[in-house]
Write a protein that binds this ligand. Structure first.
Ligand SMILES: Nc1ncnc2c1ncn2[C@@H]1O[C@H](COP(=O)(O)OP(=O)(O)O)[C@@H](O)[C@H]1O
Ligand SMILES: [Mg+2]
Length: 264
């Protein structure tokens, strides 16, 4: 089966620092792959290279067998890459519903001609987007807050909104950058359930997370990144038992050099 995402020998430097060092990775439809590693390992940078925020220096990113190198962030989103951001990047002054409707414009490439001359078509598109947004909000039990400003939501609800915005794109690949950081209670359970449902629905998901309970509950396999390299990969239980991880990741927790929010 063609992998949803296939990365081959992906490399990136920032000045003298190698942040992606010959990364090879495959994610298939229905997978939830955990991406773990200490702060500064290169996890968010890898997401930025996949989604087109930065160009890579060398190597390949393929989505459903199509090479994406050289494509912009917008065209990669339209090809089916959907992501959340470590720092949510929501529009604080816009309503919950408008944050979702506005986000989806980015995914659908409306042309200026359409915008100016086909107002009936635009109205219909807007209604469809609002309908989709309301369905997602309902799934997350946020529909009753659809007119609220983002700034009035709890932190956990705002993190759910980050995921909701990504789900406005129906693409095959979903990249989640620390979705659980600072999230607890009801929002925590909801986040877990929605991510699980999305994988069941066929998306390929990669999740960067320091919350090891979350990774253990959701991910069948994981990779461990350190200094721009994937050092270990395999089943989550095997990875968590690895001496390399213990020394470079959990060791770093105990002397306080990594912000890990949960333990085994
Ligand atoms: N735009 C950038 N310019 C220069 N250095 C960067 C940039 N983005 C990230 N880095 C560096 O790349 C390394 C990896 O960062 P990052 O991918 O954010 O790590 P992680 O998400 O694993 O905590 C860090 O040393 C960081 O300072
Ligand atoms: Mg990061």
């Amino acid at each position: 089966m063609t992998p949803t995402l296939k990365i081959t020998q992906l490399c990136k430097r920032f000045g003298g620092i190698v942040v992606a060092d010959a990364i090879d990775l495959e994610i298939h439809s229905g997978d939830i792959l955990g991406l773990i590693g200490p702060n500064g390992a290169g996890k968010s940078t890898l997401f930025n290279l996949i989604s087109g925020v930065y160009p890579s220096d060398s190597g390949e990113v393929c989505l459903m067998g199509q090479r994406l190198n050289g494509q912009s962030i917008t065209s990669r989103a339209q090809s089916g890459i959907s992501r959340t951001w470590q720092h949510m990047r929501l529009f604080q002054s816009l309503s919950v519903l408008d944050n979702l409707v506005v986000a989806s414009r980015f995914y659908e490439a409306e042309s200026l001609v359409t915008l100016f001359f086909q107002s009936a078509k635009i109205k219909k598109l807007q209604e469809e987007k609002a309908e989709r947004a309301l369905q997602i909000l309902q799934r997350m039990e946020l529909k009753h807050l659809c007119d609220w400003a983002i700034g009035d939501l709890t932190f956990g609800q705002q993190k759910l909104m980050g995921l909701a915005r990504a789900l406005m794109n129906e693409g095959q690949l979903l990249l989640l950058d620390e979705p659980m950081a600072g999230v607890e209670g009801q929002s925590y359970d909801m986040m877990k359930e929605v991510v699980r449902q999305e994988a069941r629905g066929g998306r390929a998901i990669c999740v960067v997370e320091h919350n090891i309970s979350f990774v253990k509950d959701l991910c069948s396999s994981a990779v461990f990144m350190f200094a721009g390299k994937i050092l270990e990969r395999g089943r989550v239980e095997d990875l968590l038992a690895s001496k390399t991880l213990e020394a470079l990741y959990f060791g770093a927790q105990t002397d306080g050099t990594a912000a890990v929010e949960d333990t085994l």
